[in-house]
Design a protein around this ligand. Sequence first.
Ligand code: UD1
Ligand code: UDP
Length: 347
Amino acid sequence: MKKIISIVGARPQFIKHAPMQLELQKYFEALTIHTGQHYDENMSAVFFNELNMPPPDFLFDIGGSKPQGEQTGIMMKEIEAVCMKEKPDALLVYGDTNSTLAGTLVAAKMHIPQIHIEAGLRSFNRDMPEEINRIVADEFAYLLFCPTDQAIDNLKKEGITHNRIFKCGDVMCDMVKLMEPKSKRPVEYPYYFVTIHRPYNTDENSRLIHILQTLNNLDKKVIFSIHPRTVARLLQYGIDIKEFNNILFVPPTGYVESISYQKFSECVITDSGGIQKEAYILGKKCITLRSETEWTETLQNGWNTLAFDDLTQIKTAIHQKPGEHLGPIYGDGLAAAEITAIIKKHI
Ligand code: UD1
Ligand code: UDP
């Protein structure tokens, strides 16, 4: 049996890995490295339990908050050691985090075929660490799985045109389809659901306060699932969340709870990549607090609206009804099975 090691480390990667692990383990010795990038119980273990994944075979303790290079370097050292011992036939990475980058660089240097799931996404904003990670992951990938036609076009423009690029839908869509039936209305009153964790929204005191003030002045209650990066910044800046009495701050939720909060909200307000897609799949209007998005399809017919410099746009966008829904642009919920069938042919 061929051996594939999947590398995960951050919240969205545990979610993407759940349907893939289920398929991979049917045909491969499918091991998992958890880099330890996210480590709180509600950012990590909760997903392994809730989504029925076996615990990771290797779990690193990279020791919390670190600068980009140091965090990536420690992960690389640990991943390399596992690969020297386990000699995998392929390394599989997801998305665009520093865990993705670390896995990619180790695979490239050890001449291990690298598989990239969620290939070809581009925000064209190189200030984002994720954009650098995506470009490197795609450049070195042996098999590239793109969720959309736009992603394939982006690769073409960078000269990545070999015949190991496939469009198979989005594994996050698999998860939404699988778990949405378990969703339940979380509260009786109408609310907007919010998540914010991008450095350009959190890592400057005045910007973070401005966002909180804007949310606090909305016409309906706000439920804000608060990412640990955002918690760390609130503490660092001495911002007292009790001042924002229209906002109910909740700790990071499990997956079904997150889908439930989105599905039953009046509107989703976020800077998350995954939540923009999930809101679209759930047929929910989304407002994205960013100046650009890699998930450009969601912008069509107003299902997703960008608001960045001028936050007053949130108020207007909330009440704009989206047009026709474009249907299943992220696939039919069977991406993991399709991807695994292709991996079987090539590895
Ligand atoms: C990372 C990814 C980002 C992704 C996000 C998903 C990179 C460069 N960024 O951002 O693409 O959208 O994960 O959520 O890889 N922290 C905790 N406990 C945890 C995790 C984080 O306290 O379990 C705190 C630490 O203070 C840490 C900070 O959050 O320094 C940031 O964590 P980090 O993983 O570096 O970046 P994210 O903002 O989570
Ligand atoms: N999510 C969750 N609980 C939360 C917030 C988000 O389970 O409190 C899920 C969400 O449904 C989506 C994923 O986490 O599947 C998105 O991860 P995140 O926003 O951290 O990262 P990004 O997608 O921006 O990289």
